[in-house]
Design a protein around this ligand. Structure first.
Ligand SMILES: *Cc1c(COP(=O)(O)O)cnc(C)c1O
Length: 340
């Protein structure tokens, strides 16, 4: 049976964003981060479309995610590397690990390691071996496809960006790596950070982490059906904790979407929706499964009609205080994913 709430996912917009990022990557190849189920959109659907568009390098976090993509036969790198319990999957050959620690490197070498990637820490202090590890010969004997590092502050103008880039650039030629990769979405907008391969995630899906990425287009639309329409009389309140009070008699639609679906409580009394060209305010507190919107200006809307919630990522992030990343990856399982 069809779900009463859905994501409208624009496949052309997704591909257009990848092409934009590919162009901005200059001579570097442009990959795609499809971890966290393609940032909530659906990893398989995303990867298939981007592969058809020419994308050749995909990034996930763990081997469950890699196994899900295996039927597509793509080149997939697993960012968290290999635990002991990952070794059967890792040696099966459907993806390659990004080795992050000396223990992971030792594990991979002991297994006769095939092609792998390596993450080196250049200042974020999250994942990766150190530059000292490299100088000490840790990577000797490894067949490295891509040596990568990750930027901590690419969405800001921070001196840390150039410091990381310079530390990373100094590693060129010190390993067997065929390619170097540093930039995420925001890093692509910086000059001189692309190296041989870029790894955008957020911007593929319509996120805009820096103003230079202003040509990125929205991919995700958030829609839900009206469960009930009611008239709320002047002086009455709507929803939990009575956070909205009607000044005048007001037409209200109760819609099939709530914070359990990722429509965060921060949109209480501030979110917006649209139907047939009319703008509809969210009234009161967003509930777990329901949200009230004012429909005075949409007198023909009835039970079962669909309402589109405003979810343009930069703006939705600004009004809610929730990061664009969380707005995407928090979108729940109850939302049908409908590609158009
Ligand atoms: C998530 C991730 C990316 C993609 O980052 P965005 O900011 O979403 O573009 C790239 N590289 C690594 C190592 C990541 O973890």
């Amino acid at each position: 049976m069809p779900a009463p709430l859905r994501l409208r996912l624009d496949g052309d917009a997704l591909v257009q964003n990848w092409c934009t990022l590919d162009r901005m990557s200059g001579t570097a190849a442009c990959g795609a981060a499809v971890k966290a189920n393609g940032y909530g959109l659906g990893a398989i659907e995303v990867a298939r479309r981007l592969a058809d568009a020419g994308c050749r390098d995909f990034f996930v976090s763990n081997w469950q995610e890699a196994a899900e993509l295996a039927p597509l036969g793509l080149t997939v790198s697993v960012l968290h590397g290999v635990r002991e319990e990952d070794m059967p999957a890792a040696t099966a050959g459907f993806a390659r690990p990004v080795l992050n620690t000396p223990a992971q490197v030792a594990r991979w070498k002991a297994a006769g390691g095939g092609a792998c990637d390596v993450m080196v820490d250049t200042g974020m202090n999250r994942l990766g071996i150190s530059t000292d590890d490299i100088a000490g010969g840790l990577l000797d004997g490894l067949a490295i496809e891509t040596l990568m590092s990750h930027l901590a502050c690419a969405d800001e103008d921070s001196p840390i960006n150039a410091a990381q880039r310079d530390r990373f650039a100094a590693l060129a030629g010190t390993t067997t790596a065929r390619r170097l990769s540093l930039a995420n979405s925001a890093g692509i907008a910086l000059n001189g950070y692309a190296f041989d391969l870029t790894r955008p995630g957020l911007a593929l899906y319509g996120g805009i982490p820096r103003h230079e990425l202003g040509t990125i287009v929205q991919v995700v639309g958030l829609e839900a059906q009206i469960v009930q329409r009611r008239r709320v009389h002047a002086g009455q309140t709507v929803g939990y904790n009575a956070l909205w009070t009607a000044k005048d008699d007001t037409e209200v639609a109760i819609v099939n979407l709530g914070y359990a679906d990722g429509y965060r409580r921060n949109f209480s009394n501030s979110g917006r929706a649209h139907a047939g060209g009319a703008e509809l305010p969210v009234l009161g507190r967003v509930s777990m499964d329901l949200t009230a919107v004012g429909v005075d200006v949409a007198m023909t809307l009835r039970e079962g009609d669909w309402i589109a919630f405003e979810y343009a990522l930069p703006h939705a992030s600004q009004t809610s205080g929730i990061s664009q990343y969380e707005l995407l990856t928090g979108l729940g399982e109850r939302l049908a994913r409908v590609w158009i």
